[in-house]
Design a binder for this molecule. Structure first.
Ligand SMILES: C[S@@+](CC[C@H](N)C(=O)[O-])C[C@H]1O[C@@H](n2cnc3c(N)ncnc32)[C@H](O)[C@@H]1O
Length: 274
């Protein structure tokens, strides 16, 4: 996948608490960012080693110019919600590949997903639902030339769509950070759209689920540290991990199993406009 193809072209601007910024990352900045990311990933490495899994890839950035969508939070701290750096682009790969027919995207962000989908010949329409009027104002105009895209303001959990609305692909990306707590919200959203699409996915769901299971393993180690030796504990961690993954999968609403593998594969054209 050539991630550069997915870079966005959104002008700088500010609206309310949101801004779009163009930033240049020098080689030195990239190196120091990557070193910090490697350090931060030590816990993750440790946990992966304990459960016998491959460590999650570290989000490494390269030097270059990027576009970022930033929002100031209630503590006046600026948080980057989205950028077109390589790791963020690659985390949407599944969506880019699956997009076809009529597509629904929750979360406009920098419009990267919407634009990538609209550029595919196999995609007929892209409906984007975005909660923030500021993001719409900042990013919406840069997508105007892509006529397949329609953007509406609304909350992914609440916006009203027709009872018979149906999309070929639905992609949920409304979270600012990778957090295992996102899984509950993913379940809620995916349950809401289960009967309205042939396939749906949520940004980095697999990562969040694996992280949840690793957290459970760490808790289990804490509980057992007095009754089991380190060797005994290590011998059982993979089992505990796999049991936790199985539990997460069993409580995941059935509808959240990607629908393309389930009962019906919908024809690309079967859509009722929202
Ligand atoms: C990480 S960004 C999405 C990035 C996007 N995938 C892209 O291609 O650039 C998340 C976006 O979701 C929006 N958002 C957050 N909560 C939302 C909700 N409940 N409903 C709709 N949009 C929401 C945010 O305002 C933000 O624009």
């Amino acid at each position: 996948m050539d991630w550069r193809r997915y870079r966005v072209s959104v002008p700088e601007g500010k609206s309310g608490l949101w801004s779009v910024r163009h930033a240049h990352v020098s080689h030195v900045q990239a190196r120091s960012h990557n070193a910090r990311a490697e350090d931060g990933a030590l816990n993750e490495r440790m946990a992966s080693m304990m459960v016998g899994e491959k460590p999650e890839p570290v989000r490494v950035v390269g030097a270059g110019s990027y576009t970022a969508l930033v929002c100031m939070d209630e503590n006046f701290v600026e948080r980057c919600w989205m950028s077109d750096q390589r790791p963020e682009v690659e985390e949407h790969r599944e969506f880019f590949e699956r997009a076809r027919g009529h597509v629904l995207v929750h979360g406009l962000g920098l419009g990267m997903c919407a634009a990538a989908a609209a550029r595919k010949r196999s995609v007929r329409s892209v409906l984007v639902v975005e909660r923030s009027p500021d993001v719409l104002k900042l990013v919406g105009p840069s997508l105007r030339r892509l006529s397949k895209i329609q953007i509406v303001q609304g909350d992914a959990y609440r916006w009203a769509f027709r009872k018979r609305a149906y999309w070929d692909v639905v992609w949920h990306d409304i979270w600012p950070t990778l957090d295992p707590k996102n899984v509950e919200e993913m379940d809620e959203l995916e349950a809401r759209f289960a009967r309205h699409c042939a396939w749906q996915g949520s940004w980095q769901r697999g990562w969040c689920e694996r992280r949840l299971a690793k957290i459970r393993v760490i808790e289990w180690c804490r509980e057992k540290r007095e009754s089991l030796s380190t060797k005994e504990m290590f011998a059982q961690t993979r089992e505990v991990y796999l049991a936790e993954i199985a539990r997460i999968e069993s409580v995941r609403p059935k509808c959240c199993v990607h629908n393309s593998q389930s009962r019906r594969a919908a024809p690309a054209t079967r859509v009722v406009r929202a």
